[in-house]
Ligand binder design. Structure first.
Ligand SMILES: [Mg+2]
Length: 417
């Protein structure tokens, strides 16, 4: 039996800012994108702001409505990444079996020496407390984390969710796990999102108790291969291994999205934003020496503040792999135009997947294609030196700036530690 710890930093970006600026400690603060002039969304609310009703993902307008005294702080991704590196280096002292789950979350697997988790409960609690203390000592006294200890990743993650902030919860066996599962909502579990929850609800499955009454065959009929995952989840079973940081996950998709600072139904404006996003995606693909074949597009309407993502039928496949902005855009625009009913939109995003390495031998024999490659290469060299969009398409002149969100690097989950 394995022993897994899930360590989750509390209100991460906000506590880091409060650590750096003592005058913000104990006050409701909200972290946004770095660009002050655009209305963006809260990427993190501090513990104090959360108590007053502010939530991650709210627009500033919404956040100020529920919490007028909120202090808005532009995010600083370099600062957060720096702290994450320190956080991960602490964990690395305990085991090489460290999986970076996101910028503020990680799993570690602890050697059991052949003993069961139940017989080592006290040792494990001491270990978790030591990690929490080291984070305070080495990153900052204002920085807290919640630790979940259990026999697999699924239950360790759930355990860390149960007590926030500064929590420590241990779920030592399956019997306890089932007890806990019966007190939480379906989507409290990592792996059940709003869409799966809705489908389960439609089948009359409203909690884990009900889920356990459904047979594996029945779940597989509705959810295909995910049926077995759900069957296991309801019983606290999860065999997924820790993916150690040194076996870094391949980048599976590259994406960008943008929240517009007003609602718009102006197709020219939307086209310009989308082209810009596609150019950003293509640029990042080229930096990673990748090219993509499948294009996904999604957008959010202004009247759906909760964020209804249109995710059905929103992907298409290119004829050939590409890392060229205009090619990605042409297909993305095609998808958008099919979906769009002319309603006002607030947010639009594009991501590409089905990636492969862009080997230098993939040079096309078409002279036109070769020419394009030379131009794109020169463009990248100039933009790398003088900043994004120094040299760009005429159609993007006078478009407004799109800045990367402080946590946009999560899309490719790569960390240097
Ligand atoms: Mg967190």
């Amino acid at each position: 039996m394995r022993t897994i710890l899930h360590i989750d930093m509390n209100s991460y970006f906000a506590t880091i800012e409060q650590q750096a600026n003592p005058r913000w400690r104990g006050k409701p603060i909200g972290i946004t994108g770095g660009d002050r002039s655009t209305r963006t969304v809260l990427s993190t609310a501090s513990v104090e702001a959360k108590k007053l009703g502010a939530k991650t993902g709210m627009t500033l307008w919404e956040a100020k409505k529920v919490c007028p005294q909120i202090i808005i702080v532009p995010g600083d991704s370099d600062k957060y990444l720096h702290c994450t590196t320190r956080f991960l280096n602490i964990l690395k002292d305990y085991t090489p079996y460290l999986e970076v789950f996101s910028i503020d979350e990680a799993f570690i697997q602890i050697e059991s020496g052949g003993q069961s988790l139940e017989s080592r409960v006290l040792d494990l609690i001491m270990l978790a407390q030591q990690i929490k203390q080291r984070i305070k000592d080495e990153i900052g006294e204002w920085v807290t984390c919640s630790v979940g200890v259990s026999y697999n990743k699924l239950m360790a993650k759930l355990a860390s969710e149960l007590q926030k902030p500064d929590g420590l919860v241990l779920i030592s066996n399956q019997e306890e796990a089932i007890k806990v599962l019966d007190t939480v909502k379906l989507d409290d579990i990592c792996g059940i999102g709003p869409r799966i929850k809705k489908r389960l609800f439609n089948l009359g499955i409203i909690n884990f108790k009900k889920l356990r009454q459904v047979s594996k065959e029945c779940l597989s009929a509705s959810f295909k291969s995910y049926g077995e995952v759900l069957y296991n989840m309801a019983r606290g079973i999860d065999h997924t291994p820790i993916k150690p940081f040194y076996e870094r996950e391949e980048v599976k998709s590259v994406g960008h999205r943008h929240t517009i600072d007003h609602d718009t139904a102006d197709s020219r404006e939307i086209k310009q934003i989308l082209l810009k996003l596609c150019e950003m995606v293509a640029f990042r693909l080229r930096q990673k020496e990748l090219e993509a074949k499948t294009i996904h597009l999604w957008y959010r309407c202004s009247d759906h503040l909760e964020g209804v993502f249109l995710s059905n039928g929103t992907q298409k496949t290119l004829f050939e792999h590409s890392s060229e902005g205009l090619e990605i855009f042409n297909l993305a625009w095609e998808i958008f135009y099919q979906l769009w009913n002319g309603e006002k939109i607030r947010m639009i995003g594009v991501s590409v997947s089905n990636l492969r390495l862009n080997k230098p031998v993939n040079i096309s024999w078409l002279p036109e294609e070769q020419k394009k490659k030379v131009i794109v290469k020169a463009l990248d060299q100039i933009n790398n030196k003088y900043g994004n969009f120094t040299l760009t398409r005429g159609s993007l002149l006078s478009s407004y700036p799109i800045n990367r969100k402080p946590n946009s690097f999560l899309t490719d989950r790569r960390f240097k530690i």
